[in-house]
Design a protein around this ligand. Sequence first.
Ligand code: SF4
Length: 278
Amino acid sequence: MSIRPDFCDRFRCRAADCRHSCCRGWEIDVDARSAAFYETLPGELGEKLRRSLQRDDDGAHFVLTEDGRCPLLRPDGLCELICALGEDALCDICALHPRFYEDVGDTELCGLGLSCEAVCALLLGSEEPLRFLDEESGALLTMEELLWRLGLECDTTRLSYGGEKPSDAFLARLAETEAIDADWPAELAALCAALPGLPSPLPAGPRYERIEQMLLYRQLDRAESVGLEALLDYAHESTAFVAACDALYGPDAEHLRRWSEQIEYSTENVEILLRKRN
Ligand code: SF4
């Protein structure tokens, strides 16, 4: 069985119009097949690719420019490789992003990562309850139905964010995560300082239910190792954090995108947030 959130088919990369290109700020690993292909390319592009590739014990990756951009990212925001050779020339990680695939038993959970602004806009562009498409049967499942199909029993009342503030324990764990950039610690400190003065309850409703369910969905492959209760806490507290940012600065999909790039793309950071409370 293969499952995906109902909005995935509408995803379109914003390419040159993206304010947070995924071709900036991340180290881009290049799979062995693509690195070997790049070695064979003739001409100026081949030379540039070879200059841009660095190899170490972990394999090959692109050396980012001084301002943290992929060397193949053109000033107009387009990818030089795609423009010259088409999408088939992309290495695996660039071809995949922002999609993800996780297995839970014999079910493949597919999705789109929330560090991408186009994905956040799709998720938050609707107030309809989030549904998950079973690609084989065409059935649209609620999160409760999906959990049941995966054999993950759950108290369904836990799946509805109600405007709670993030707990002190969660914020303390958040402060332990490795910062994605120099701005994150100051952003977190500002939120923590403002939190006691924010109205209670925080904003709630369909927008935050969609966020909570998507955050849970992304981590379901961990249910067997950490337990569903821990994942529900993680999704609930993370949603509360995004709601607090919305309360402080005004609703903005950027708060979710920023949270995602800080947490969801670091296995270690997710594990810190999933750690049991003492
Ligand atoms: S972050 Fe999303 S919209 Fe922006 S370039 Fe990457 S895939 Fe495209």
